[in-house]
Design a protein around this ligand. Structure first.
Ligand SMILES: [Zn+2]
Length: 109
């Protein structure tokens, strides 16, 4: 019990769910679930979830973006996705992380 109960209630109101199917095994603190559901760039409510590792759910790292930040990247072809796109993501998580996201977001048709 404690503060995680508060985060669980917030997550429940917003419809955020644990990524893991089981309730006990692999369950993450609800605060972590909440943060994972915020846009990694602008910290508004995220609504697009990207699976960074592409592995099984337990070992996966999920990142959320809001549709606005996702769209900024999506509108640009790969060679125009430079360091100023998702600058906050880069500052917080590094260039490799930033490029992982670029690679997960489809290019415009
Ligand atoms: Zn955003």
């Amino acid at each position: 019990m404690g503060s995680d109960t508060v985060w669980r209630e917030i997550c429940s109101k917003l419809g955020y769910k644990q990524a893991s199917a089981t309730r006990t095994r692999g369950a993450k603190p609800w605060r972590t679930v909440y943060v994972a559901n915020l846009c990694a760039e602008c910290v508004r409510e995220g609504n697009i979830v990207l699976n960074l590792s592409g592995g099984s759910i337990e070992t996966s790292q999920f990142v959320s973006l809001c549709s606005s930040c996702f769209g900024k990247v999506h509108r640009k072809p790969m060679q125009h996705r430079t360091a100023d796109l998702l600058a906050r993501v880069k500052a917080k998580h590094g260039t490799l992380f930033q490029f992982k996201l670029y690679n997960l977001i489809p290019e415009p048709k």
